[in-house]
Design a binder for this molecule. Structure first.
Ligand code: ZN
Ligand code: ZN
Length: 360
């Protein structure tokens, strides 16, 4: 039986359905697992994504992008392939893609995490024959602390700085991580100031019904600025934006902060280990819950996980590396500043309305 998903230079491809999943080159139909820049790119003719991701996707790709949204769990069919999207617990609107064709069920995980996150729907495991899993943190050393512990650390750092009238700058990705931090910190300590890239996404989160504390732009000059918590994307830390804060304490929030030396190399006094990806036990939980006998590992520490699963009797493999993959990793990062509308064909997507066929 032919594989339901293969890897092409453009990205993961479903030959039976003739569409791609998170392609990194321009294609006709793209199913998008979530709005991070290395998964959701501009220039595809038609997009399909989970309904809760619509606001953030349009904020990043352009309001006029030809996007068809699909509720979690709803099914549509395209060329005989039944497609549905299920919560991946990674960021707002993130989805696993479930494909069913001629009795075979495949699930493409996208990025996911198992730990609860108040800013997005919780990961919902899907039974399948073949599970294509990410493995960004696919090494046994990666084990996250409970969120409560991480946020207690962030709050203590912020409160100690505030007591000395020193601004606390926490570097974090503007989409997903920033909102998760906002929902976890103790907003009663002092005002919270965010970079405009974070504020744009905060609006999209609030519009989607996610509760976040009040956030101010630095230009709004909130009182108590020198006691504030400031969230800004790592890219902005190198530029002039940070200079408006006098002698701030700077920290970084990322799963990579678990690596000995990463904090030091990055030159920050503090590093908080907070990731929106599954840790090693999380990967194991998801793989086992899928019930799949064949696992394809994609994206991250591939060989270690493949070897580990093979030794446990699973049919585990990696996708062949293609030329396109290198480009994908080099270009990953924050999407602020992309040229939106000119890259998108067909301004509004009235045509993508109620059709039972997948237009994306
Ligand atoms: Zn992601
Ligand atoms: Zn990713």
């Amino acid at each position: 039986m032919q594989d339901l998903v293969i890897q092409r230079p453009e990205g993961l491809y479903c030959p039976a359905g003739d569409f791609y999943i998170d392609p990194h080159r321009k294609v006709e139909r793209a199913v998008i697992t979530h709005a991070h820049a290395d998964h959701a790119r501009t220039g595809h003719a038609h997009y399909l994504a989970a309904t809760p991701s619509e606001g953030v996707l349009r904020a990043r790709l352009g309001q006029g992008v030809a996007l068809q949204s699909l509720d979690y769990g709803a099914q549509i069919s395209h060329h005989g392939v039944r497609v549905s999207l299920h919560p991946a617990g990674h960021v707002l609107g993130s989805a696993q893609v479930r494909l069913e064709h001629r009795g075979q069920i495949w699930v493409v995980s996208g990025d996911y995490k198992i730990a609860a996150d108040p800013t997005c729907a919780a990961f919902e495991s899907q039974r399948c024959d073949v599970f294509i899993t990410e493995s960004t943190f696919g090494l046994p050393i990666y084990r996250w602390q409970p969120d409560a512990q991480v946020f207690a650390g962030i709050n203590a750092w912020w409160a100690a700085n505030a007591a000395q009238n020193r601004t606390s700058v926490l570097l974090c990705y503007s989409f997903g991580k920033a909102q998760r931090i906002l929902s976890g910190v103790d907003a009663s300590i002092a005002p919270i100031v965010v970079h405009c890239a974070v504020q744009t996404l905060n609006h999209a989160y609030r519009a989607a019904g996610v509760k976040l504390p009040d956030t101010h732009l630095a230009s709004g000059n909130p009182s108590d600025m020198n006691r504030a918590l400031v969230l800004c994307p790592p890219g902005a830390a190198a530029g002039p934006w940070l200079k408006q804060f006098d002698h701030p304490s700077i920290a970084f929030a990322s799963g990579w902060m678990l690596l000995r030396g990463a904090k030091k190399r990055a030159g920050y006094a503090q590093g908080f280990v907070l990731s929106d990806h599954a840790d090693w036990p999380g990967l194991m939980t998801a793989i086992e819950a899928s019930g799949a006998s064949r696992i394809i590992v994609n994206h991250g520490s591939v060989p270690v996980l493949v070897r580990y699963l093979s030794e446990r009797g699973l049919d585990a493999q990696a996708f062949k590396k293609e030329a396109g993959e290198r480009a994908m990793h080099d270009e990953s990062g924050d999407a602020a500043g992309l040229g939106f509308f000119d890259a998108v064909s067909g301004s509004d997507s009235g045509a993508a309305g109620d059709s039972p066929e997948v237009k994306a």
